[in-house]
Ligand binder design. Structure first.
Ligand code: 2AL
Length: 254
């Protein structure tokens, strides 16, 4: 099967890291196609970044439909554009925040999220509520690290994130830790060894959940609100988003 893992920010080094994490867990019959859009923010650290990034992400999903993808992972912890992506996709689409929070709830009675900047905490909080995960979520913690610091070896990010995870374990009595950024995908196992509780990277668990759903023959419901978008003209710069009311309509490049 073919799973398209979309990093909705435009930082290629992060996309490579996300792709490596996805391939490390993918089954032998699974091809991982890891991409980032050509346009949009270099990192996603707030509501504005999310709103802008969602458009190019949706283009990637629509293109994936013509390329024969079986499923998709949205590899950004705010799960930007998730429900819109489900409207345009036939196969399953999972966000890494929803996948990680659900995985954590299978493994512990309570988890804490350890994320990047404090201003993104409310995004994770809203998602925990929307996904019915609030009763499991002990606390959402920020390291005050910018997303791109995760791409900079001089940033001391691994130590800073590990210490925050340790505090989550001890002060929140969190039985599991959810990492709050796709750019942390390479750190999960090392932190888990250091602190001794499950540390969940959403990229890896989302890939395995998509694999499982596809293997069970399950796809996104096209009944009701997740039906393909209504045929409609989009004007001006958004012309490429014009919809034909079926999965056949896909934007062309250039
Ligand atoms: C993220 C993420 O996963 N990728 C990105 O650019 N921003 N989320 C976050 N809370 O920092």
């Amino acid at each position: 099967m073919r799973i398209k893992v979309i990093n909705p920010n435009t930082t290629a080094s992060m996309t490579a890291k996300i792709g490596a994490a996805a391939r490390a867990v993918a089954g032998p019959g699974t091809e991982i196609i890891a991409v980032n859009p050509e346009y949009g923010p270099v990192s996603i650290e707030g509501h504005y970044d999310e709103a802008i990034a969602a458009a190019a992400l949706l283009e990637e999903v629509r293109r994936g439909e013509t390329d024969g993808m079986d499923g998709y992972v949205i590899a950004c912890f705010g799960d930007p554009g998730l429900l819109a992506a489900r409207e345009v996709a036939s196969g399953p689409v999972l966000g890494i925040a929803e996948a990680a929070m659900h995985a954590a709830s299978f493994l512990a009675t309570g988890f804490s999220v350890v994320t990047t900047l404090g201003r993104t905490k409310v995004i994770a909080h809203h998602l925990a509520q929307a996904y019915g995960m609030a009763p499991f979520c002990r606390r959402i913690r920020a390291c005050e690290l910018e997303v791109l610091a995760l791409e900079d070896e001089r940033s001391d990010a691994r130590r800073i994130i590990t210490e925050e995870c340790r505090r989550a374990r001890d002060e929140d009595e969190a039985g599991a830790i959810v990492l709050g950024c796709a750019g942390m995908a390479d750190l999960a196992k090392a932190i888990e060894r250091d602190i001794g509780v499950p540390v969940i990277d959403g990229v890896t668990v989302a890939v395995k959940f998509v694999e499982a759903l596809v293997a069970c023959g399950l796809a996104t419901s096209k009944h009701g609100d997740l039906a393909y978008p209504i045929a409609k003209t989009y004007t001006g710069l958004n012309g490429a988003f014009t919809t034909a009311g079926s999965k056949e309509n896909v934007p062309s490049r250039g």
